[in-house]
Design a protein around this ligand. Sequence first.
Ligand SMILES: Nc1nc2c(c(=O)[nH]1)N[C@H]1C(S)=C(S)[C@@H](COP(=O)(O)OP(=O)(O)OC[C@H]3O[C@@H](n4cnc5c(=O)[nH]c(N)nc54)[C@H](O)[C@@H]3O)O[C@H]1N2
Ligand SMILES: Nc1nc2c(c(=O)[nH]1)N[C@H]1C(S)=C(S)[C@@H](COP(=O)(O)OP(=O)(O)OC[C@H]3O[C@@H](n4cnc5c(=O)[nH]c(N)nc54)[C@H](O)[C@@H]3O)O[C@H]1N2
Ligand code: SF4
Ligand SMILES: [Mo]
Length: 759
Amino acid sequence: MKKRVAKLRGHPLVKKVNSLIRQWDGRLTQDLVLRPGDFGLGKVPARLEPDDTTDMICGFCSTGCSLKIHLKDGQAINLSPTTDYPVNLGMACPKGWEALTPLRAHDRATTPYVRDESGQLKRTDWDTALQIFTLRFKAIQDKFGKESIAWLGTGQICTEELAFLGALAKFGMGIVHGDGNTRQCMATAATAYKQSFGFDAPPYTYKDFEESDVLVFIGSNPCIAHPIMWQRVCRNKHSPEIIVVDPRKTETAMAATQHYAIKPKSDLCLLYGLANMLNQSGWIDRDFIDRHTSGFPTFAAFVAPFTEGLVSEATGLAAAQLRQFAETIHQGKRVSFWWTMGVNQGHEATRTAQAIINLALMTGNIGRPGTGANSITGQCNAMGSRLFSNTTNLLAGHDFLSAEDRAKIARILRIDSNSIPDRNSWAYDQIVEGIANNRIKGLWVVATNSSHSWINQGEFNAIIEKLDFLVVQDMYYTTETAQHADLILPAAGWGEKVGTFINSERRIGLVKKVSRAPGHALSDFNIFKLVAQYWGCGKMFEKWSSPESVFEILKELSRGQPCEITGIRDYKMIDDAGGIQWPLPDACDRILTSDCHLSKEPERAIETERRLFEDGAFYHTDERARFIFEAPGEIPEVTDELYPFILLTGRATSSQWHTQTRTGKSLVLRKLYPSQIYMEINPADADRLGITANQRVRVASRRGRLVATAFITSTVQPGHVFIPMHYAATNELTFPAFDPYSQQPAYKACAVSVSPVER
Ligand SMILES: Nc1nc2c(c(=O)[nH]1)N[C@H]1C(S)=C(S)[C@@H](COP(=O)(O)OP(=O)(O)OC[C@H]3O[C@@H](n4cnc5c(=O)[nH]c(N)nc54)[C@H](O)[C@@H]3O)O[C@H]1N2
Ligand SMILES: Nc1nc2c(c(=O)[nH]1)N[C@H]1C(S)=C(S)[C@@H](COP(=O)(O)OP(=O)(O)OC[C@H]3O[C@@H](n4cnc5c(=O)[nH]c(N)nc54)[C@H](O)[C@@H]3O)O[C@H]1N2
Ligand code: SF4
Ligand SMILES: [Mo]
């Protein structure tokens, strides 16, 4: 058990904290925070009858399905998927059906916990916890400077909460460096779009799944990771060609009409090769290129050396396969390109994503039904965090480096523009490095389980031991990261609070309070409000009184931006409309179009499915999209005699969510996947190594080792193994390489050895 309290011993504020902990007699004080209704203990959710049903967005993946929650006495007792919601049309995956179960888990954090001088985590009350939070972080800032504390946030809390955290931390507490798990997930897509289109804007709507005649999935396994999006593909009436590019024969690859099992991380070469073949054959949309893009001639010259022979060698695909791929794209009238983590999590990920964008641009497959260069997001609110977390961008997609943007935000928020940092935060990996070299001494982790999910976990967990103060704000006190914490703040979860999420197709949906948070757990929103009060910057956030009042502020912040949402009147309008996609400016004439979903207020009827770039105008000042490209590089960790296998990691079943803090709590879901860590290996390799089905195997990399059960399957190629990310040990093996533009970790390839454990 760690003892961190001693680290700042002697500092007057720390003495005060220690005496607070010693004086505390174990009783929970009820003052200040626990007013029913105010802070998470209220009974009946706003605007709901005690026995009623209400629709709200699922809190797992970015599909953003709507679930109908059935209430009894104001508490959720059951749910069923909403039938008339434009996203899921009455469907839900197992996680959605089981979404209420994790709320009732035995290991919910029901009070704050503080680590005492003996190193034990002890229950405490909110007043003590918040005093400790404030005093210790202030003591660290006092001693080591303002920049010595940082936060790591998430794409899994409401947009209003994300914005509150980002504004409170940067403008109220003087924190400069903050990032979140969206870095592990969407940073690449965000960077690629920003550079290519001029703004981080996924262009599509889910209807495009149904309207394409060719769908290309690159590094994406929607059958498992986005099952309801896949259901939309299954509703496609055009007998589409479905192409999957994935080293593994995934469930999606099995359902596809063409599967290209490339060598890991050879995507960039493949995509340049396809661009070259399309260009050489004249299968390009010259008119679109001329009118709406810039840089094509240099791009065409750049891809010329990517001949069939070279690409075939790099990818492991036969020349005939490459030709078939290019021809299929050419023959499609409405081709859509979709990508997910097989692209985003790579050492040259941003350029790979842009190589996909380039294909869509050069063939004019964008802005029309069934087309697009479409990044599928991951977490329920990854899109919200990209726009509003105040980490990589200043709120609402503004720029920290622009004095004009800072002045605009300061004016809207009525704060001094000097309280807005004039530089970008460090990315996640730089924050970790900052801890390693003693520049970051205090860390606040909100709704992410870094000790399990961060790359090269052994090193990460050793590094965070150097912190003087680690605060973890989570629904559960048992997470891997919480075990390292000095202070745990108990958070209400999805279903226990109010706010909005933004899904993959930019649709804003509502989250409601349908269940009471256990014990003294508070919504993240109310925790941030309390932190502001205790820190002494409560006045700055006077107007941030409720999630809906923050939504009003977000609307103003978005004004004039591509993600403008000033046309959304209030939460009720979102509810009535079945979710609303951004942009929706208040001057939007499209609100009144007749070809639209009928909201309950006909004069505000909104088209249910809207895609971007129908007019071919992108967000750069010249309105042209850019062709961006760069020569492919070496895979960061190559296999050798000692570590001869490439390890692939990713999602395993539709019933497992990430680090399993939530899905692991449902008996139903637990029946649907293996409880112990396993590794998939090709029969030829298993045979050669003398590994039999279900045998224990040792998997080692240069960084760590684990023991897993062998699953022998030809879905992985010889020379590869696959281990799901849901088991805590997986990231002990991964190699810490990062894309240079997005700083996203390259989780998907490293070198490992495999050997049978003697029986
Ligand atoms: N059930 C479930 N659903 C989820 C999640 C979950 O934890 N569980 N998480 C959500 C989140 S946050 C995310 S980000 C998404 C992720 O959704 P996906 O990205 O679809 O899922 P992954 O399994 O991580 O990776 C997709 C595929 O990339 C392949 N891949 C690996 N290396 C390469 C390569 O070099 N090239 C190519 N082309 N492919 C490669 C892998 O074999 C894998 O099949 O899922 C979301 N949905
Ligand atoms: N090897 C490997 N590693 C990976 C990946 C991979 O493909 N391979 N994928 C990466 C990707 S794409 C992602 S997105 C990350 C995900 O990594 P994490 O973000 O670490 O995963 P989660 O398990 O979703 O963690 C969310 C935490 O928030 C808590 N929580 C849930 N709801 C709330 C709430 O409302 N409030 C608060 N305060 N807490 C809440 C949960 O209990 C949980 O502890 O993993 C990354 N790691
Ligand atoms: S597909 Fe995603 S949003 Fe829909 S029910 Fe499943 S986890 Fe929830
Ligand atoms: Mo993710």
